[in-house]
Design a protein around this ligand. Structure first.
Ligand code: GLY
Length: 266
């Protein structure tokens, strides 16, 4: 992907000549360049009924201001401030409903989560990707906002009874900050001892999820690049972000890194 025409021209020529990817590059698909903001929408469906879950936005690059290499996600917020009621209506009518109808038309008996990776371009939704799952780190903020019991919801989905379930979403905002190992997303060391916050210092508005950790005797140590996710909840996004960082600051291990601009929506 590039914003520069001559760079794109050269890349396509290199592909077609086979210089870039060999035979695999000989068929080239050219798509419209979309300039907008990314937003992820999620739904549950039992194949007939469907319900939207909160919107989310993740911060994929390692560095502040979305710089540096891509990662699995250095943080996320929900709901997304630029998802207005008007945009939500467009998402329902132009994306969610046609998707469910398409699944039905193709005879696919799908029951579960749908993840719509969208770009909001001049107020309109464009689908970039679909996933049959929630996301990481989006799950860490969507599930705490789901007030309906998850097991009850899953049971209803699997039995085709979603229309009988009241899917209730908290009006709060949520934010998560990924605590990563030094060097991630490149090479990183493992086995670093983690000092966890005292449970008494964690409020009801804070959650700490383990990802790349393991027990070494009595100690919790790092075992991956994405080590933990600190989550904050609040009446407003600003408060949720503050809570997430407050807890993240209390986790200590050698080389811990996290972005300091999760929640910025510029
Ligand atoms: N955070 C993006 C994904 O899970 O695909």
């Amino acid at each position: 992907m590039t914003e520069d025409y001559s760079e794109a021209d050269k890349a396509v020529r290199d592909m077609i000549r086979g210089a870039a990817f060999g035979d695999a590059g000989k068929e080239v698909v050219i798509e419209e360049f979309l300039k907008g903001v990314e937003v992820s929408m999620f739904a549950v469906t039992d194949g007939e009924a469907w319900r939207l879950l909160p919107s989310a936005m993740d911060y994929k690059r390692i560095g502040e201001g979305n710089t540096g290499p891509n990662t699995g996600g250095m943080g996320a917020i929900s709901p997304v401030p630029h998802v207005t009621p008007e945009f939500m209506e467009k998402v329902k009518n132009q994306v969610v409903i046609p998707t469910i109808r398409g699944i039905q038309r193709d005879g696919i008996p799908y029951r579960g989560f749908l993840f719509f990776g969208l770009m909001k371009v001049q107020g309109d939704p464009y689908v970039i990707e679909y996933n049959c799952r929630l996301g990481d780190p989006e799950t860490q903020i969507i599930l705490p906002l789901l007030e309906t019991d998850l097991l009850h919801l899953m049971d209803g989905l699997s039995n085709g009874l979603l229309s009988e379930i009241d899917v209730s979403i908290s009006p709060k905002a949520a934010a998560t900050v990924t605590l990563a190992s030094q060097g991630y997303p490149g090479d990183y060391a493992k086995g670093k001892k983690i000092l966890l916050p005292n449970p008494k210092d964690r409020s009801d508005h804070q959650l700490l999820f383990h990802a790349g950790t393991r027990l070494d005797g009595d100690e919790v140590v790092t075992a991956g690049g994405r080590v933990m996710a600190s989550v904050g909840l609040g009446a407003e996004l600003e408060k949720a972000v503050e809570k997430a960082y407050e807890l993240a600051e209390k986790v200590e291990f050698e080389g811990v890194q996290f972005r300091s601009d999760i929640g910025s929506v510029g």
